[in-house]
Design a protein around this ligand. Structure first.
Ligand SMILES: Cc1ncc(COP(=O)(O)O)c(C=O)c1O
Length: 348
């Protein structure tokens, strides 16, 4: 049990709202293995509708959603997925990809903020004749970037990458764990991003506030195979409608309030930048994440998070920086508490 008064470690720490708990208690359920759970089916239909895809499959985690999509697109063990090195699939999930599907990655450096360009992808997809060893089956993009600043991908860059992938005959998967944050920040509809990807996944947990669950979306045929892989990966839950009920509320009520999280993150980022000069560029805060460099305080990032923790403020160390993430359970007062904790940290 943590002792945080203000938990900024991640947007995965949110608790279900009273309305979600009520809906969960009252959810109509059935056995999802048989496709019988009406609440799961409603959530899947809603996800397909929002993303403009033919079908969706509700699964326990973002990792499982990504791994199902990767497996779907993958044709050969030892083949490669082109991705940015800090992306979740190529960093945190790299072992899952290797163990579950024999997948390896061909990473391209990007801009250091989680974004790769069409030129880089084009270069990575060039055939390596005469050896034919490096065969890429897939390009995997992430929007927003969870480990490189919560940054938003420009939809035009997305289109350019899709074009290059199409020319090479390679599919595109979008890790859209936080695609609704991207949409709230950019004003670009979720379906507009989705149309540039063959498959995408998004989480109803994280920013949207549901306790559990993600959706992998694609064509009807892909999702038929996706359901099969879900069972293969041990994800065939049964009366999952109790969770889908919270997911439906998250989808209805979550997206419209994300700008509040972004505004609080901006305020926190601007204050930390002022308190600790050189720790971050306030303009780098694009969505709900603040990444601060503890070196500007002469501290290791873990020392900084320990010292924040002593004051009841939870933060995590991601990509060598102190990461703080605003979410549905963070209030204006919580932001002030976190700012006061940084002031105390800087005062020594
Ligand atoms: C960008 C991104 N993709 C995928 C995931 C995996 O989601 P989960 O923790 O639900 O497995 C995360 C988790 O934080 C993430 O940040």
């Amino acid at each position: 049990m943590n002792s945080f008064r203000v938990d900024l470690r991640s947007d995965t720490v949110t608790k279900p709202s009273a309305a979600m708990r009520r809906a969960m208690a009252e959810a109509e359920v059935g056995d999802d293995w048989f496709g019988d759970d009406p609440t799961v089916n409603r959530l899947q239909e809603r996800a397909a509708e929002i993303t403009g895809k033919e079908a969706a499959v509700f699964v326990p985690s973002g990792t499982m959603a990504n791994q199902i999509a990767l497996r779907l697109h993958f044709t050969g063990t030892g083949h490669l997925v082109v991705a940015e090195p800090q992306s979740h699939v190529a960093s945190t999930e790299v072992m899952s990809s290797a163990v579950l599907s024999g997948i390896a990655y061909k990473t391209v450096p990007g801009d250091g903020r989680g974004r790769i360009t069409a030129d880089q992808v084009s270069f990575a997809l060039e055939p390596d004749e005469p050896y034919d060893v490096e065969i890429a089956d897939l390009v995997c993009l992430e929007n927003t970037s969870g480990h490189a600043g919560g940054t938003v991908m420009d939809v035009e860059d997305f289109r350019a990458i899709r074009k290059v992938a199409d020319e090479a005959g390679v599919a595109v998967h979008l890790d859209g764990a936080r695609i609704f944050n991207a949409s709230a920040a950019s004003g670009v509809d979720v379906a507009e991003y989705a149309t540039e990807a063959d498959t995408l996944m998004f989480c109803v947990s994280k920013g949207l506030g549901a306790p559990i669950g993600s959706l992998v979306c694609g064509s009807a045929e892909q999702m038929r195979e996706g359901r099969r892989i879900k069972i293969l990966f041990g994800g065939a839950w049964r009366q999952a409608g109790v969770l889908a009920a919270a997911g439906l509320i998250a989808l209805e009520e979550g997206p419209g309030r994300l700008h509040e999280d972004h505004e609080r993150a901006r305020r926190l980022g601007a204050a930390v930048a002022e308190i600790v000069p050189g720790s971050l560029d306030p303009g780098s805060v694009e969505t709900n994440m603040v990444f601060a460099d503890a070196e500007a305080l002469g501290m290791a990032p873990l020392e900084a998070t320990d010292r924040l923790e002593e004051q009841g403020v939870g933060a995590s160390v991601v990509s060598g920086k102190v990461r703080m993430v605003t979410h549905i359970d963070i209030t204006d007062e919580d932001v002030e508490t976190a700012i006061a904790a940084w002031r105390a940290l800087a005062a020594g």
